[in-house]
Design a protein around this ligand. Structure first.
Ligand code: C5P
Length: 232
């Protein structure tokens, strides 16, 4: 797996907050304990992209979890626009046309991560959506395609990570949500790993939201997560 020089870069804090003001306050409270932030639909569609650009200018790394999927030309041009926001990661859905277009449009060091199959889908959901393959096979097929197309990394659940690693090899990144420190509540996450287990499983970056955003001392929780991964 790719080398990561600063251990703090392994933790990505999900800024699932209602507005930019709340996000700014949280980033301020976390201070130097975290270097990497994820902005998804909620904040992204509430002025979060301009905020992400400001964060990048302040030296933070940003992950724009926009899960793009459209005709190739639209994806390519969209990714080209995102490449100007100073972000480190951008997600797209792992459809071959979409991934090829994203790779064409990426620039300024932006890395494209592919979401293979949403973890809220089980085999019945995939069948309902018209897929003949069970989810595990669909994940493996799309991870294979992502590797061949030159996608930089895969977003998957921690429990799929080792199977995905076998498919994509050591050069691609694996980024996983569903990470919970041993003493944190699960929320709606069901299949979780601790930060130490994730590191031991060869996961490059973990995405953690509520255990940090809802903590009395978000800075201390972020520090503990980074330390736990370093020790694993
Ligand atoms: O609060 P929590 O740590 O559960 O946040 C996890 C983050 O990762 C959220 O932003 C969520 O949308 C995202 N995510 C996830 N499961 C996936 C893909 C993304 O929890 N399969």
């Amino acid at each position: 797996m790719p080398d990561i020089a600063d251990p703090r870069d392994r933790l990505i804090v999900a800024l699932d907050l209602p507005d930019v003001g709340a996000a700014e306050r949280l980033v301020e409270r976390i201070g130097d304990a975290a270097t990497f932030y994820k902005i998804g639909y909620r904040l992204g569609y509430a002025d979060g992209l301009a905020f992400a650009e400001r964060l990048a200018k302040q030296g933070k790394k940003t992950f724009l979890d926009l899960k793009l999927h459209d005709i190739g030309n639209t994806v390519e041009e969209g990714v080209r626009s995102v490449s100007n926001l100073g972000a480190t990661f951008l997600t797209v859905h792992a459809y071959p046309q979409t991934m090829r277009a994203a790779v064409k449009g990426r620039g300024n060091g932006l890395k494209i991560l592919a979401v293979t199959v949403l973890t809220s889908y089980d085999d019945a959901d995939a069948a309902e959506a018209g897929y003949a393959l069970p989810v595990a096979e669909l994940v493996a097929q799309r991870a294979n395609q992502a590797r061949d197309i030159g996608i930089d990394g895969i977003v998957c659940s921690a429990v799929e990570a080792q199977a995905v690693r076998r498919v994509v090899g050591s050069e691609r990144l694996i980024v996983t949500p569903g990470i919970r420190p041993a003493d944190a509540g699960l929320g709606d996450q069901k299949r979780v790993m601790t930060p130490g287990q994730a590191r031991a499983a060869g996961i490059d970056h973990v995405v953690v939201g509520r255990p940090i955003t809802g903590a009395d001392d978000p800075c201390a929780v972020a520090q503990r997560i980074v330390a736990e991964m370093e020790g694993a």
